[in-house]
Ligand binder design. Structure first.
Ligand SMILES: Cc1cc2nc3c(=O)[nH]c(=O)nc-3n(C[C@H](O)[C@H](O)[C@H](O)COP(=O)(O)OP(=O)(O)OC[C@H]3O[C@@H](n4cnc5c(N)ncnc54)[C@H](O)[C@@H]3O)c2cc1C
Length: 301
């Protein structure tokens, strides 16, 4: 299927893009990034924008770098970059862990971080990552810049705090501390499909392997990604031993209130998310321990 006719705009700067959004906001305008969600929606006539503002030529939106302890990812950062960048792996390994679960490599080569977050599919992986990492989402419009905490960004299915004339320009996350580990796990019907349930975990441990910081967020269990502070609290001050993990799994399941879907009941999602969170935490903790072992060996040598 082909999309209905639309006017195509290709700005080269953020200012040009936001001016276009301002001018066309009452006229059904949409930002085009990787096109991996928007174009299928247009082909199925589920989205019928009169104007597309293609931001792929806006250099300010591309690239990623660490400055003063903060990793800044341009909105056009492709999923494949998240998966393969050594800078991202060192600064925010949870992105590296989650990105391979987004569709297939062709989709990851085109799809963007900004597009995934602005699209806000409840079954997407990356919204749960930015929530777990306490990311700040940076939006621009002709009115200026707005910095939105990830916790306030996702409103409900396919709906975010972005105004129709706002462009998501970047995502910022504090650089991971030493002795940290991260893991993302999901269950999907087939490889590359959206998650039926998923869990993101990041932990930091002290010199004795005791958890000092824990972040757990679940995907595809509600209208938005869900952070689980009760499970994080259970983990802090422990060495993530099996009894703690069992309690954590139960706490995650208890905290969720999923809507049943065609292929999955609410009970299935709740239980699966709990188990995935427990496994992701163990995996993250083991990685943090490996960091620790390296440090100890280094000191011993
Ligand atoms: C077969 C297939 C399988 C897929 N599987 C998965 C999966 O398993 N998990 C997953 O998470 N995703 C999956 N996707 C979707 C993919 O991740 C998309 O890349 C992503 O959802 C949207 O990113 P995009 O850059 O392609 O955005 P686009 O499709 O270009 O845009 C999506 C929406 O975001 C808006 N938008 C884009 N960029 C900005 C911006 N900077 N500021 C404001 N608004 C913006 C657009 O206007 C549009 O409304 C799949 C897609 C396909 C086709």
């Amino acid at each position: 299927m082909k999309p209905p006719a639309f006017d195509y705009h290709r700005p080269e700067t953020v200012d040009e893009a936001t001016s276009l959004l301002d001018r066309l906001v009452d006229d059904e305008v949409k930002v085009l990034a990787g096109g991996q969600s928007l174009v299928p929606l247009m082909n199925f006539r589920l989205a019928v924008p009169q104007h597309l503002v293609d931001v792929n030529g806006v250099a300010e939106l591309a690239g990623h770098a660490v400055t003063d302890g903060v990793l800044r990812l341009g909105a056009l950062t492709r999923h494949h970059e998240l998966e393969t960048s050594p800078i991202v792996r060192a600064a925010a390994p949870l992105f590296t862990a989650a990105a391979p679960y987004v569709g297939h490599v062709q989709i990851r080569s085109m799809g963007t971080l900004g597009g995934s977050l602005a699209h806000a599919d409840p079954a997407a992986e990356l919204p749960s990552v930015v929530l777990a990492l306490d990311a700040t989402l940076v939006a621009r419009s002709v009115r200026g810049e707005r910095r939105i905490p990830a916790a306030d960004f996702f409103i409900t299915h396919f709906t975010t705090a972005l105004e129709p004339d706002e462009l998501l320009v970047a995502v910022e996350v504090p650089v991971a501390r030493p002795r940290g580990g991260a893991a993302f796990l999901e269950v999907a019907a087939r490889h590359g499909d959206f998650a039926l349930a998923g869990a993101a975990a990041a932990v930091t441990v002290d010199a004795d392997g005791v958890v000092t910081d824990a972040r757990i967020a679940c995907a595809s269990v509600a209208a938005t990604p869900v952070r689980v502070p009760a499970a994080e609290a259970l983990l802090r001050g422990t060495a993530a031993d099996p009894s703690v993990i069992a309690a954590l799994e139960a706490a995650v399941a208890a905290a969720l209130d999923p809507t049943p879907e065609l292929k999955t009941s609410a009970a299935y999602k709740r239980r699966t998310a709990g188990v995935l969170a427990g496994r992701a935490v163990r995996q993250a903790w083991r990685t943090a321990q490996n960091d620790l072992t390296t440090t100890r060996n280094g000191q011993a040598a």
